[in-house]
Write a protein that binds this ligand. Structure first.
Ligand SMILES: C[S@@+](CC[C@H](N)C(=O)[O-])C[C@H]1O[C@@H](n2cnc3c(N)ncnc32)[C@H](O)[C@@H]1O
Length: 292
């Protein structure tokens, strides 16, 4: 592949991001990379209140909640735990396009007595009756949907008239430092100037969300969640990089992959030797929506 084409592939949003077969079979074909990223966000973040924060906004007590694109249950489980702990009526339904993640989640849920059911489904074509749910949560999923309008019209269809849809997504300003490190690592690997990846700009994100929502919903609130990931060992940062940038292996030769790991270690250790830590700032938004 021409170097310029390769650089383009590595720095623009890949078409696989929207390819459902790729999502089901590779990106979310096993829990490994998603779990690794979630663990990093939990362990390295300076805040530890993310789950409580989300639950306090959704207020799922006594409600029937849909978690659309529930993944490994990172938000679904705290919501169900909250309902159980408060001994309030309430139930959660989780759906995800990845059979493998749902199987894994169901294996875990079977040992619990949580008020949850999970199944495989595509949020662009949900198999639920109209106006079924009091709450619908869709966290960090819409940027994978090839037809965002289809997904939003489904979320709109299945929520009750007086219900709420919660969409969580990243801001364009999130993880800029990560992109700078990525560009340096790739530049060293390919001996060429590799620009910052247009990872967020062209995708569904906080800044363009309203353009999509305005057809179906009124935004009644937008809540900001900021955090800083702090890595104090090279190993932790390298693991995080690899779980976020696993797709590089589809474009690079074996030799380039090996070289990239060497350059990644070099850049990471260099940064660590300065201040002793690598800090990555994160910014996400939770939109609380109601039907027009
Ligand atoms: C970044 S993960 C977020 C998982 C979870 N919501 C969380 O916050 O931990 C994205 C999830 O969306 C799922 N997904 C992507 N496209 C989907 C679709 N069309 N229908 C249902 N799930 C989808 C993926 O399988 C993956 O589990």
């Amino acid at each position: 592949m021409l170097k310029s084409n390769l650089i383009k592939k590595l720095t623009t949003v890949p078409s696989q991001t929207y390819d459902k077969t790729f999502l089901k079979d590779f990106l979310y074909g096993s829990t490994f990379e998603l779990d690794q990223r979630i663990r990093t966000h939990t362990r390295m973040g300076s805040r530890s209140d993310f789950h409580q924060w989300i639950v306090s906004k959704i207020k799922p007590e006594g409600m029937l909640t849909l978690d659309a694109g529930c993944g490994t249950g990172n938000l679904l489980i705290p919501i169900a735990n909250h309902i159980k702990k408060h001994q309030k009526q309430g139930y959660v339904v989780g759906v995800d396009i990845s059979q493998s993640l749902i199987n894994h989640l169901n294996k875990y849920l079977i040992q619990t007595k949580l008020p949850v059911t999970c199944a495989t489904a595509d949020i662009e074509k949900l198999n639920f009756p109209d106006k079924m749910f009091d709450r619908v949560l869709c966290a960090y999923v819409l940027y994978h949907c090839p037809k965002i309008h289809k997904a939003l019209s489904e979320l709109h269809r299945v929520v009750k008239e007086n219900g709420r849809v919660f969409v969580m997504t990243n801001s364009r300003e999130t993880m800029r430092e990560f992109e700078r490190i990525n560009s340096e690592v790739l530049s060293l690997t390919l001996s060429a100037k590799v620009p910052l990846a247009a990872r967020i700009e062209s995708r569904f994100c906080s800044e363009n969300a309203n353009d999509y929502f305005s057809k179906y919903f009124r935004i009644i609130n937008r809540f900001t969640y900021r955090d800083v990931l702090e890595f104090s060992t090279a190993k932790d940062f390298i693991n995080f990089y690899n779980s976020s940038r696993g797709r590089n292996r589809f474009y690079l030769t074996r030799h380039q992959c090996e070289l990239l790991q060497k350059k990644l270690r070099y850049v990471t250790e260099n940064l660590m030797s300065g201040s002793g830590v690598i800090q990555i700032k994160k910014c996400s938004h939770l939109f609380c929506l109601t039907s027009l």
